[in-house]
Design a protein around this ligand. Sequence first.
Ligand code: BTN
Length: 265
Amino acid sequence: MKKPSKISPDKHFPPILKVVRLKECTSTNDYIKENITALENKSPLLVTAENQTKGKGRENRKWHSFPGKGLYSSFLFRFPIETKINFLSLAAGIAAAESINSLTGISPELKWPNDIEFRGKKIGGILIENLIGKDFINSISGIGINISCSRNDFPAELSGSAISILEITGKKFALKNMNIKLSSSLLRWVTKLREGETETIMKKYSGYMKHKKGDEVTFHQTGENIKGHFAGLDKTGGIIIRLSNGKLETFYSGEISTATSQIIR
Ligand code: BTN
């Protein structure tokens, strides 16, 4: 295993959280996966890097990293196998939205499952990877937030769809402060998940959701585009779409877009 640059208590982080800070890695999610045998007993754990050379997004997309200008953090949690793990994605979305709001005053919206947006542009995203064992799930929640990138940093293909906190507020927020807010919020919501408070998670998540019940949406899944209307969140953590034939269908993976929002690549 690669030697972590640092694992030490830091009085600003929640006391039970172990923190590994890296100058650079390929991807903070991959760092945890590659070192899982050594790291699994250290959960809850945060691995954060100043830069990623191969940042990953959902649906096999690339996540662009800008050294020192974005938050690139992955959390490792170990859950009993019976945990309703679909809700982790919602819990992580809430934590990202809540911590951005508390640090910067911005009111972000969540596009299901967990794109973090401001006025239709993407501020951040979340990639959850679950390693399912016999009795436990080692779950990695990778969170990326555009903190102080400027317009010129974004590559041409993202220029119309991405935005940073600096662009919205005109202020540079310290990555460490964002990580501290994010960590304490995520630990709170993960505790609710552990305690089976999925109703509370759904309710809070709905408050941040960009899509409202009845909105016309297109659902994108494995190359298929399914038209329908957003009908709410399902009790098992999926999204319910009323299809054009009137039937209700629940989806657990994929993405949605509306007439005014496109899938951001
Ligand atoms: C998405 O919106 O597609 C998800 C983006 C997730 C990016 C974060 S950055 C930290 C962690 N490491 C990665 O390689 N990806 C996630």
